[in-house]
Design a protein around this ligand. Structure first.
Ligand code: PLP
Length: 430
C-alpha cells in the first residue's frame, strides 16, 4: 500500500511495524535490550561493514547491532515521525538539546559561521554562545522581523559572509511569537552556497510542530524538535528529534552514534504512544488557546496578547509569513500584565489549576515568567529589546475544558491590583 495518500494520523497507529516479527503483538513491544544476537559471524561482519558505510552492501537493509546504533523501537518511531514533516528520514535523541547539539556539531567546524535568529530558546542560546564559540565557530545573530537585505547587510558587515555554513532559526520565536520567513532564509543560504559548500538551513519547529508548520516544504534542510513538548505531549519524557532527507539524517546519526545522544527503547515506546494522539491533542489545545486569547485581549489588566491569531492586527508586516507558513494559530501565547514583575508574580502565584512550570506542549496548561525563568540567562538589555520584560507571562494551553482554564486565569487576574495602562512617556523616564 502506498503510504503517500494515507494521512499521518492514520499511519501513527501501525506504520513501520510488522506484528509477525513480534509474536503477533498488535503493539510494538519495548525492546529493552542493549545488544542483539547475530545469526552468524558473517552476518555480524556484514552489519558492521554497513554501519561503517563500507561498499558491497548497496540496497541491503542493515540488521540490529547495539542499542546505541539502532533498536526496533527507535527505528519504528523514526519511520513514523518523519511522516508529519514529509521528510524521508528522522533521528530521535535523548533531549531536544541533544538533537540540536548533535545536528549542529555534525555540520559546523572551527572557522565556520553560524547565522542564527533571535530571540531563541535559552538552552540553544547558551550552546551557541558558550560552546560553539569555544570551538572556534563564529556566530552572528539577526532578529525576527528583519528583511533579507538587512540580514545580508549584517553578514557583509561582519566580513565573515564567505564562512557562512548554517542558518539556524526558531519560528515562531519563543516567547514573543515573532515570525521568520523560512523561504527567505533558504534564499540567503542559496546566495552564499558554493559548489564546495552547501549552506544548511536548520529550523527548531518545537513551538508549532509537527502539525502546524512544515519547514522542509519551505526550503529547510533540518527540522529540529524538543520531543519533550508536543510530540511527547504528556510532560513525562525528555526527548528530541531531527527530520530531513536521507543523506542529512545519515550524517547526523553517525554523529549521534559517536556522541551517544540517542533515545532509550522505553522512551521511544512512550513517544510512539504519544504520536497516536498527537493530532487530537494539538487541535484541542489550539481550540482552547483561541478562547483564552480572546478572553485576555479584552481584559482590563492585560496590556498586550502575543498570539498568532492576532498577527493581522498587531503585525501586518508579518502576515504574509503567517499565511504561507502556518496552518494554525497554535496553542502558545504570552501576555503582558499591566504593571511589571510584581504584578506577573501575583498572577502566577494565584493560579489554582494551571501549573507554574516551564516547558510546553503537554496535556495540562502551564504558566511561566520568561524574563526570570526560561530566558533568565539572556542579557537584560537583549531581553528588553525583544519585549521579554517583567510584565510578560507565557502560557502553554493544554487540552482541559476551556472554561476551566479561563476561570482560573480570571480569578488569578482578580488578585492583581488594577493599574492604568502605562503612559509611554512616563515609562521611558522610569
Ligand atoms: C524545550 C525546548 C528545547 C530544548 O529541548 P529539551 O527537550 O528540553 O532538551 C529546544 N527548543 C525549544 C523551542 C524548546 O522549547
Amino acid at each position: 500500500m502506498s503510504t503517500k495518500n494515507i494521512a499521518p494520523e492514520t499511519q501513527m497507529l501501525g506504520y513501520g511495524y510488522k506484528p509477525e516479527l513480534s509474536e503477533g503483538s498488535v503493539k510494538c513491544p519495548i525492546f529493552q535490550t542493549s545488544t542483539f544476537v547475530f545469526k552468524s559471524a558473517e552476518e555480524g561482519k556484514a552489519f558492521f561493514e554497513m554501519a561503517h558505510g563500507k561498499p558491497g552492501h548497496e540496497g541491503k537493509e542493515m540488521g540490529l547491532i547495539y542499542s546505541r546504533i539502532n533498536n526496533p523501537d527507535m527505528e519504528i518511531l523514526e519511520e513514523r515521525l518523519k511522516l508529519w514533516d514529509g521528510g524521508d528520514a528522522a533521528a530521535v535523541f535523548s533531549s531536544g538539546m541533544s538533537a540540536i547539539a548533535t545536528s549542529l556539531l555534525t555540520y559546523l567546524r572551527p572557522g565556520d559561521l553560524l547565522l542564527y535568529s533571535n530571540p531563541i530558546y535559552g538552552g540553544t542560546h547558551k550552546f551557541i554562545h558558550h560552546v560553539l564559540t569555544s570551538f572556534g565557530i563564529e556566530i552572528l545573530g539577526f532578529r525576527a522581523g528583519q528583511e533579507k537585505e538587512e540580514i545580508e547587510k549584517i553578514l557583509t558587515e561582519s566580513g565573515l559572509q564567505d564562512k557562512l555554513k548554517m542558518i539556524y532559526v526558531e519560528t515562531p520565536a519563543n516567547p514573543t511569537n515573532d515570525l521568520i520567513d523560512i523561504e527567505m532564509c533558504a534564499a540567503i543560504a542559496r546566495d552564499y552556497s558554493t559548489p564546495g559548500k552547501q549552506v544548511m538551513v536548520a529550523v527548531d519547529n518545537t513551538y508549532m510542530g509537527p502539525l502546524w508548520q512544515h519547514p522542509l516544504n519551505h526550503g529547510a534542510d533540518i527540522v529540529l524538535y524538543s520531543a519533550t513538548k508536543y510530540i511527547g505531549g504528556h510532560s513525562d519524557v525528555i526527548a528530541g528529534a531531527a527530520v530531513g532527507n536521507k543523506l542529512v539524517i545519515k550524517a547526523i546519526k553517525k554523529m549521534r552514534t559517536v556522541l551517544g545522544t540517542m533515545t532509550d527503547p522505553n522512551t521511544c515506546w512512550l513517544l510512539m504512544r504519544s504520536l497516536e494522539t498527537l493530532k487530537i491533542r494539538m487541535e484541542q489545545a489550539a481550540r482552547n488557546a483561541e478562547q483564552v486569547a480572546s478572553f485576555l485581549l479584552h481584559h482590563p489588566k492585560v496590556e498586550k496578547v502575543y498570539y498568532l491569531g492576532y498577527t493581522a492586527d498587531q503585525n501586518p508586516f508579518q502576515l504574509g509569513i503567517f499565511q504561507k507558513q502556518y496552518l494554525s494559530n497554535g496553542a502558545m501565547l504570552s501576555f503582558d500584565v499591566i504593571g511589571g514583575e510584581k504584578e506577573s508574580f501575583i498572577f502566577l502565584n494565584n493560579l489554582k489549576h494551571i501549573k507554574l512550570a516551564v516547558s510546553l506542549g503537554g496535556t495540562e496548561s502551564l504558566a511561566e515568567h520568561p524574563a526570570t525563568m526560561t530566558h533568565a540567562d539572556v542579557p537584560f538589555e537583549e531581553k528588553e529589546s525583544y519585549k521579554i520584560t517583567g510584565k510578560m507571562v507565557r502560557l502553554s494551553i493544554g487540552i482541559e475544558n476551556a472554561t476551566d482554564i479561563i476561570n482560573d486565569i480570571e480569578q488569578a487576574l482578580e488578585k492583581v491590583p488594577l493599574k492604568k495602562k502605562p503612559n509611554i512617556l512616563l515609562d521611558q523616564v522610569v
